[in-house]
Design a protein around this ligand. Sequence first.
Ligand SMILES: NC(=O)c1ccc[n+]([C@@H]2O[C@H](COP(=O)([O-])OP(=O)(O)OC[C@H]3O[C@@H](n4cnc5c(N)ncnc54)[C@H](O)[C@@H]3O)[C@@H](O)[C@H]2O)c1
Ligand SMILES: [Zn+2]
Length: 388
Amino acid sequence: MNEHQTVSVKLGENSHQYEIKLGHDLLENSGNWARICLSEKNARIVIVSNPKIFRLYGEIVRKSLENADFEVFVFLMKDGERHKNLRSLEMLLKFNGENKLARTDAVVALGGGVVGDLAGFAAAVFLRGIAFLQIPTTLLAMIDSSVGGKTGVNSDFGKNLIGAFHQPNGVLIDVKTLKTLPKRELTAGFCEAVKHGAISNRQLFDQTADFLKKFPTKNFKKFFSDHDFFAELENLLAAQVAFKAEIVMNDEREAAARTDAKSRKILNFGHTLAHALEKATDYKYFKHGEAVGYGILFAAELSKILVILDTNELKLLNDVLQDVGKLPDTKNIEIEKVVQAFSFDKKNIGKSLQWILLKEIGKPVIFSNNDIPVSSIQKVLRKVLRKK
Ligand SMILES: NC(=O)c1ccc[n+]([C@@H]2O[C@H](COP(=O)([O-])OP(=O)(O)OC[C@H]3O[C@@H](n4cnc5c(N)ncnc54)[C@H](O)[C@@H]3O)[C@@H](O)[C@H]2O)c1
Ligand SMILES: [Zn+2]
């Protein structure tokens, strides 16, 4: 296999240990990688993808899996968040059944978070759980959704509310696939990267900010001929993945009672507003990561107004978000609709809403809604959403 970096994920007794491999030009060798992650017994494998991604990268992966002696089947779901639903799940389960997949067979997700969440959930429930591999092809999926074992689908009563924890047997990140990623998706992924930077430590925050200064998303494709770019991109993504893995290893199932700075809950930094913005616009206007971009600004402003975050730190966060790329305009979004949408957040069911705020970069704190005046929330909302 080509030169690559490895991040190991070690989980509790009931789960297993697996590795995340990261580098470039790795797809060509995905068959051998899959063989190493799985066992000699795994004979059949279903590639789950969508037509757009499969056209770009599917045949390379298929060929490589076949060369490693897998019998390969291909299931293509429709592209888009709205197809991450029970209907697509049922179609995939039926496909697995028709192709006589057994307990010793496997599913590999080739795509973004939508494909990964659906394929992972199907692997979790088919025959009560079969092996699962991830080949993420969006920035968001590389640093976030492919790490941590959360799988699931959307339904009438909300996003991601039906799902399971099902850890993959391995994750293969080939950063070269980002060359074809649309700019908005890149910006959305970098918003999640900034989120990780903000809640982890100054080193990851600075590494992310410096990378964005040096390689602006505006001209991203152009850098793919630059050797330094690959090295820096791979180092950044490895650090991002390692941070997410560390949180997951510490709190695999997001224990409800935990409110400490290493709880998996802190990954929801910026997400309370993001979910509300997505809901208030019927999930049609924002890419999830773009909404997180506004969510970070909001959480940071709120932290400042509550006098827990220093103005200089707030400025650093504002500056780095200028470099992720353009976020959609928010001037036509009704503030009242956003406030109403807060009460639908799943983290809010049966208890008071929790806000992840910042004391400084790398020091997240969890606040209960009762501790924050509604007037402060509205004031900050107006400031953040009416800025542009
Ligand atoms: N499981 C988790 O822990 C977790 C965490 C965060 C987000 N998510 C989920 O992830 C999903 C969002 O994932 P996403 O942002 O990757 O979106 P996505 O999967 O919809 O992909 C975005 C778009 O990019 C296209 N695409 C993917 N790779 C490409 C490539 N290399 N070149 C060109 N086009 C490409 C896709 O076809 C799609 O149109 C949401 O459903 C969200 O709920 C899950
Ligand atoms: Zn997110």
